[in-house]
Write a protein that binds this ligand. Structure first.
Ligand code: FUB
Length: 463
């Protein structure tokens, strides 16, 4: 039998050390287009997101990215697409691959947009820089050629994903890279040339790509995508982070701040806006989405008193399902393992399969037999259908042997009348229909298979 005591202990310790707060009930910043690779910038009272634009067809197996969009918001919830403000065609020396960029305000008050592009010269990806007089541009090529290319001494094996940071003394730094090759350099005050040597920073454990640098309370933070098996399934990435007391390191790895998402790539932007910190990232959870049809989304991020970051709760897997009464219910349970997340069952996420715990999962390992989850509403709801998406981690949690939907009739829990059967299939929502009941509480009794516990990724209820 598999043992998860070490994980349980670590998770229980984490729960003791951190406080749990409500997350932003989010959705993608848009479903009109597919967006990816966010960078965030606050100017005045406006939050700007600079994103890539995924244009791969349904089922496409490669990135199709030709331009970048700017989104603006004054509440970090509703975003306005200001349009494609920069395009591959702005760089006469480049031909394709409008990948992950970032905008930084220069000492001259202009806005510099650093972007990886496929140059027409030798090698693959280069980093170019455009400039504009406002956060919305218009932007033009600021240099007329790459700022970083394969011919830059000590450049990364893949020169992509620049993050640009200005320190309090005005010195500007750029980190970038992929294929495990993180690089850093000082930029000159003109924002368009490198000052000194390109260095290989130390201590950034399991760096893969997508660095994002910021400073808080005198501490430098570097968040980045890592794809090691300790934090993500093969082919997927989590977001780890490191801290330092010097902008060029050495860095100290601090842990995972964002678990893997529903897209294979993962890409962070961390920013404080109107007194609240946010994690902006992308996933594949929008309708028709995929690894090359991603959507930028945003969730709140919290710091612990010691400056470490709490793991972000992913609330924004896609638009809410119309009529799903679970969205307004308070969940409870007979038992949840300390490292699992009861709140996952009504976060509105549509799992990709029964092993998809990218939005957390409810699980009751190592209990066996019958456990229950329940929804409560402050006022009576008329309910005639529920849909359960079972969690199966291929370890101690398996599909249930059986289940039963019950409701509170005012004095006791009783089976819902005319129940159509309670399905236990994997990788799908199992619908149970019944004669409508009016109740403040709906309960799902779940009975395990011998030797296993049970879990739920999402449980919906409808009138
Ligand atoms: O969007 C193309 C590439 O995928 C980005 O440059 C990486 O960060 C990854 O998200």
């Amino acid at each position: 039998m598999r043992r998860r005591w070490a994980a349980a202990l670590a998770a229980a310790l984490l729960l003791l050390l951190t406080d749990v707060r409500p997350a932003l009930a989010g959705a993608p910043i848009t479903t009109a287009i597919y967006t990816a690779d966010p960078a965030a910038l606050v100017v005045g009272d406006t939050l700007y997101l600079y994103t890539g634009h995924d244009e791969a067809p349904t089922g496409g197996t490669n990135f199709v990215m030709r331009d970048w969009h700017v989104f603006s918001s004054t509440d970090a919830t509703t975003f306005t697409d200001q349009g494609a403000k920069l395009s591959i065609s702005n760089f006469s020396w480049a031909g394709a691959d409008a990948w992950a960029g970032e905008v930084e305000r220069g000492a001259d008050g202009r806005y510099y947009w650093y972007v990886p592009v496929n140059g027409n010269g030798a090698g693959w990806m280069d980093i170019g820089v455009a400039v504009g007089n406002s956060p919305l541009g218009p932007f033009t090529d600021a240099k007329g050629g790459p700022l970083v290319s394969d011919s830059t001494p000590n450049s990364s094996p893949l020169n992509i994903d620049p993050t640009v940071f200005t320190d309090d003394d005005g010195q500007v730094y750029m980190y970038w890279g992929s294929y495990y090759g993180l690089r850093a350099a000082r930029l000159n005050a003109n924002m368009t040339s490198i000052n000194g040597s390109v260095i290989t920073p130390s201590g950034v454990t399991n760096f893969w790509e997508a660095p994002w640098m910021f400073k808080r309370n005198g501490v430098y933070y570097l968040a980045y995508a890592a794809n090691d098996s300790a934090c993500s399934q093969p082919g997927y990435a989590c977001i780890r982070y490191a801290t330092a007391s010097n902008p060029l390191g050495p860095w100290t790895h601090r842990g995972v701040v964002l678990d893997q998402v529903s897209s294979t790539t993962n890409h962070p932007a961390i920013i404080e806006y109107k007194g609240q910190w946010y994690m902006v990232y992308h996933n594949a959870s929008s309708p028709g989405g995929g690894n090359f049809r991603r959507s930028v989304t945003i969730d709140k991020l919290y710091f612990n008193a010691d400056g470490t970051m709490q793991k972000v709760v992913q609330t924004s897997g896609g638009p809410t399902t119309p009529g799903n009464l679970a969205a307004t219910a308070t969940p409870s349970t007979s038992y949840v393992s300390p490292w699992e997340t009861l709140a996952a069952i009504n976060d509105g996420f549509t799992p990709a399969n029964s092993a998809d715990r990218s939005h957390g999962a409810y699980g009751n390992w190592d209990h066996q037999g019958t456990e229950w989850i329940e929804y409560r509403w402050p006022t009576a709801q008329t309910i005639s259908r529920s849909e359960a998406y079972w969690f199966d981690d291929d370890q101690g949690i398996d599909l249930p042997a059986s289940c039963q939907v019950q409701y509170w009739n005012g004095s006791a829990y009783v089976n819902v009348p005319g129940q159509s059967g309670c399905g236990v299939a994997a990788n799908t929502f199992n619908a149970t229909t019944f004669t409508p009941v009016s109740t403040t509480r709906l309960r799902l009794n779940i009975t395990s298979r011998t030797g296993y516990s049970t879990g739920v990724l999402e449980w919906r209820a409808f009138s």
